[in-house]
Design a protein around this ligand. Structure first.
Ligand code: PAF
Length: 291
């Protein structure tokens, strides 16, 4: 695997790959890689000749009181994992390489829909930071495909919308959520969960599944389901940020006759904020298949 810290170095290397007719797959990350990230890279490998990973803890998408400074930076371990699965290129730029003019005067990419609800409501400016850095990374790498995990369902929806609105040439690909044995969605932030909380941390997923089951059984009182689900998470000792049954496409509150529905949730442990989601396809008789 070749490691690049500069845009110019990576561009030159990938330019040669492109000239040789090789298809480029890209997985942007913030590092502290786990099996879920590696699965994204393996998915990119299935349809591309060359696989590129980036590790950049993007200050622009963190709020002032968030965890940018303590976000785990584990480059050596990450590189070993990337090498073990045959990643071809790693881009690991410094802040000054990505934001040479500083953060305040950086041109921003704004998606005006889906960004101030759910995660966006509790993390103002977060999605603007994401769409800005993803645009920059896609401009740097110019991949044929970029793979994003479905765990960040709202992020994926926003990025898809941005790519469509800005006529980006890269195909945005979704990859399934990777889970621990008890259902906890894999996340770099799981390392913040304390040992005493860990046995209960699967509660967010349990509650999403319970809501999905209730919908499959015919319930359409989504607001009440949200209230009951919040009580379950509260009883397990966690504070709920949001729990919402949404239209899978536009993330608005689900309507009773919606066919594609996603249940999204976020909860706080002592040191972390965890997110998860579960999508359902309802058939015309109201029965459902969970993804
Ligand atoms: O999902 C992430 O890890 C980040 O939001 C991303 C897409 C790498 C942008 O910084």
């Amino acid at each position: 695997m070749q490691l690049f810290h500069t845009i110019q170095g990576l561009r030159e290397a990938l330019g040669a790959e492109r000239l040789a007719g090789r298809r480029i797959g890209f997985v942007p990350t913030m590092g502290n890689l786990h099996d879920g990230h590696l699965a994204l890279l393996q998915q990119a490998r299935e349809s591309c000749h060359v696989v590129v990973c980036s590790i950049f803890v993007n200050a622009l998408q963190f709020g002032l009181n968030e965890d940018w400074d303590r976000y785990p930076r584990t480059l050596d371990a990450d590189m070993e994992k990337l090498q073990s699965i045959g990643c071809d290129y790693l881009f690991h730029p410094a802040d000054s390489e990505m934001y040479p003019n500083g953060l305040d005067s950086q041109t921003r990419v704004v998606c005006p829909t889906m960004t101030d609800i759910l995660c966006g409501a509790s993390r103002p400016g977060h999605f603007e930071g994401v769409t800005t850095v993803v645009t920059k990374l896609l401009n740097i790498v110019q991949p044929d495909e970029a793979v994003f995990g479905l765990k960040d369902y709202q992020q994926l929806a926003v990025i898809r919308r941005m790519a469509q609105d800005l006529c980006m040439a890269t195909r945005i690909v979704a990859a399934p959520i990777h889970r621990e044995a008890d259902g906890l969605a894999m996340s770099s932030r799981n390392s913040y969960i304390t040992a005493d909380e860990r046995p209960r941390a699967g509660q967010l997923y349990n509650t999403l599944q319970w809501i999905a089951d209730q919908i499959k059984q015919g319930r359409r009182d989504f607001s009440l389901l949200e209230v009951e689900g919040k009580q379950q998470i509260g009883s397990a000792g966690f504070r709920v940020d949001y729990l919402a049954v949404c239209n899978s496409r536009n993330l608005e509150a689900a309507a009773v006759d919606d066919q594609e529905v996603t249940v999204l949730g976020a909860m706080y442990t002592r040191n972390a904020r965890l997110i998860d989601n579960l999508s359902l396809t309802l058939d015309t008789r109201g029965k459902a298949d969970a993804e």
